[in-house]
Design a protein around this ligand. Structure first.
Ligand SMILES: [Fe+2]
Length: 387
């Protein structure tokens, strides 16, 4: 059996990668880019730096900086209008996962119209929208190298998963220097998100020989460097390893899917506005404990790749070490419980059936080595609260 692997056409990787923006735009045969970003990237001067590089290459460029964290249907509308009216031939998506996810949706809606819900899973979006050049500034969602975007329907409080080659950036400039100023909380949340991508891709039922190599390489890069990046953001070696690991983890899960952690995480994010990486972090220990019995060898491989189990450890011993490490990591990175985050118990309990339904509808739990039914999902959410 073969697997189809989908990647960006250009990956520019390493210190200063983002300074190649003008030549990358030109090599995609484009000349009229729109930068889609957020106000923080403008404030940090990153958007202006890109503008300068493009202006030096005689390209005029506009900036749309109204993207918001955890983008919604309403939040991308102004961007769609801007794309429709401006005659742009490509989009430069600059920022964390939210600006990149917004840009992907804007690239499709701006060209083909319709509503975001028309494009949600299980539909596979194979149309080619405006080419996206993604420049991630966190490590990270991996969105620069995935065929996925997540847009929240604020009417139904659903995080809509949208999938297809139409959402794969044409190019990604993976420049760890842009992550050095990311604050510790965001470093932790996005870093655990990246680790979760690699682990879930590796244990996914859709894992394949190619995605396995990317997932294992990602875990080797991320696991030994996440604590350092959190405690000492200026450590360039740790930031470089995290950035590359994040992109490889994105490639891994884009070609193997995520699984139960992400399936359960999105409804928590939609209902209680918990940042994506943080809700993943909350779930990772208990969902891993639930899933290990169905994929003992695979999880043990993860523990060894992460450097927390020895090659000679038995699978069971490696998996025990994995569970200890995931909990220890959450403590050290100060990941709150849902209650500590400020969620009210009665609201969480009231929404259990809805969250379970949304998790199942996303399709992600079906990729997990152990697939829960609705009652088990509710039980897992309960465990998350009570652990
Ligand atoms: Fe994620």
């Amino acid at each position: 059996m073969s697997s189809q692997i989908i990647l960006p056409r250009i990956l520019q990787v390493g210190a200063g990668a983002s300074s190649a923006i003008a030549s990358v735009v030109q090599s995609l045969h484009c000349e009229r880019p729109l930068i889609i970003t957020d106000k923080m990237m403008v404030k940090l001067g990153y958007a202006q730096t890109l503008q300068n590089y493009l202006n030096e290459a005689q390209m005029s460029v506009d900036v749309f900086d109204d993207t918001v964290p955890e983008p919604t249907v309403a939040s991308i509308q102004a961007g769609v209008s801007k794309v429709r009216s401006g005659g742009y031939d490509c989009i430069i998506a600059l920022g964390g996962g939210s600006p990149i996810d917004s840009a992907k949706a804007i690239g499709i809606l701006g060209k083909f119209g319709g509503e975001m819900k028309d494009y949600k899973f299980p539909r596979i979006v194979s149309e080619a929208g405006l080419p996206i050049i993604a420049i991630p500034t966190t490590a990270g969602t991996g969105s620069e190298a995935t065929r996925v975007t997540i847009i929240t329907d604020e009417i139904s409080d659903e995080k809509m998963l949208c999938v297809g080659i139409g959402f794969m950036p044409a190019a990604a400039l993976v420049d760890y220097q842009l992550t050095v100023s990311v604050p510790p909380r965001t470093t932790a949340d996005t870093g655990i998100d990246a680790l979760t991508h690699a682990m879930e891709a590796y244990v996914s039922k859709k894992a394949n020989a190619y995605s396995d190599t990317q997932a294992l390489a990602a875990m080797k890069l991320i696991a030994p460097n996440l604590r350092t990046a959190y405690h000492c953001g200026s450590d360039r070696a740790a930031r470089e390893a995290m950035m590359l690991g994040s992109t490889l983890a994105g490639i891994a899960f884009s070609n193997a899917s995520v699984a139960l952690v992400h399936g359960m995480s999105r409804p928590i994010g939609a209902a209680f506005h918990v940042p994506h990486g943080l809700s993943n972090a909350m779930l990772l220990p208990c969902v891993t404990a639930y899933s290990i019995p169905a994929a003992i060898e695979r999880y043990a491989d993860c523990a060894r790749a992460m450097g927390i189990a020895e090659q000679g450890d038995s699978d069971d011993s490696a998996n025990q070490k994995l569970l200890i490490e995931l909990s220890a990591l959450n403590r050290e990175l100060e990941v709150p419980t849902p209650e500590q985050f400020g969620i009210e118990r009665h609201r969480f309990m009231d929404l259990l059936p809805q969250m379970a339904e949304q998790a199942l509808a996303s399709g992600s739990p079906n990729n997990n080595p152990r697939v829960p039914d609705s009652a088990e999902l509710i039980e897992l959410y309960r465990q998350l609260w009570e652990q």
